[in-house]
Design a protein around this ligand. Structure first.
Ligand SMILES: Nc1ncnc2c1ncn2[C@@H]1O[C@H](COP(=O)(O)OP(=O)(O)OP(=O)(O)O)[C@@H](O)[C@H]1O
Length: 292
């Protein structure tokens, strides 16, 4: 079992922005969802975990080794799947993996060959190995991204918004692959998409303004609002009123109708109970922890 243990982490940028406020988290093998809106501090946390930037205070231990004092202790065990690689050079999938494997320090030519063939098979791109990566579809590029993240068999993989822009079939295929690779390692999924966390993660945390709002298993977190979410179809005018209220969670459209979900211990007049979802948790947490 791998353990990433983050204690009282604080990060302030030179311009004074406090991107991480005293965050503590313990993450074991499997998929961990780090959920938060734009600017919440997800990338700042990921970069600090990856040893790419220093923290002001706090501690990050990866399998007992101090990441902040010795960033190499995690770098050699880390894989990264960015949202987008940007521009791909005009080289084949196999050649690009070979190049990336050299950069990762896999010096034996034979070892590189064995690993690359195995990874291309694993992500179902072996038959496309001689095709230039820039000609791949979005889903194929993401599967290629998984293959490169797995080079060197890392113990921890950081994944940034992996399903953005994928069609449902490609998204499912990628999700299957991500859940498969998280069996024996830590995979941290950083995203603002509740859907991805709901589909994939056994453990999750919600952050906003650099602060940890809650963490746990999605089912556990949902238990906290069970029987307290109420729904009603409303007019545009009523919608504005409910949205400005303290109990507002979120709204959804059903067949062109606006439905508001609100949080309440008791049944409000005209509302019916709605089953608690992860979206409700997410928006309830964001709304009840206003910007500081
Ligand atoms: N290098 C930097 N210098 C100064 N401020 C920064 C820097 N990087 C990030 N920030 C600020 O820190 C805060 C957290 O940003 P961060 O990129 O970590 O959030 P995020 O949750 O990853 O957002 P997004 O989903 O939009 O990428 C924001 O206010 C951002 O403007």
């Amino acid at each position: 079992m791998n353990i990433l243990s983050i204690s009282n982490l604080i990060k302030t940028y030179p311009n004074g922005v406090k991107a991480i406020h005293n965050i503590s988290l313990e993450i074991g093998n499997g998929m961990f969802g780090l959920l938060g809106p734009n600017g919440a501090g997800k990338s700042s946390l990921m970069k600090t975990i990856a040893g790419l930037q220093k923290a002001d205070d706090g501690e990050i231990l990866f399998n007992g080794e101090d990441v902040l004092k010795n960033p190499l202790s995690i770098k050699r065990h880390l894989g990264f799947l960015p949202q987008d690689f940007g521009v791909y050079p005009k080289v084949s999938a196999r050649d690009l993996l070979n190049h990336l494997a050299i950069l990762k320090g896999i010096t034996s030519k034979n070892e590189r060959k064995v690993q690359i063939n195995e990874l291309l098979n694993r992500v179902n791109l072996y038959n496309q190995r001689n095709r230039e990566v820039h000609t791949f579809s979005g889903g194929m590029k993401q599967r290629f991204g998984v293959a490169q993240a797995l080079l060197g068999n890392p113990k921890i993989i950081i994944v940034d918004e992996p399903t953005a822009g994928l069609d449902p079939e490609e998204r499912n295929r990628l999700n299957l692959l991500l859940s498969e690779i998280s069996i024996n390692r830590i995979v941290i999924l950083s995203t603002h998409l509740v859907e991805d966390v709901k589909n994939l993660c056994a453990q999750m945390a919600i952050i906003k303004n650099g602060m940890l709002l809650c963490m746990g298993a999605p089912s556990e977190l949902m238990r906290g609002i069970e029987n307290k979410v109420w729904q009603k179809a409303v007019t545009q005018a009523e919608f504005k009123e409910y949205k400005a209220g303290d109990h507002f969670i979120n709204y959804e459209f059903r067949q062109g109708e606006i439905r508001v979900n609100i949080f309440s211990e008791q049944q409000p007049e005209g509302f019916t109970r709605a089953p608690a979802t992860l979206e409700h948790i997410y928006f309830h947490q964001l709304n009840t922890n206003p910007a500081q």
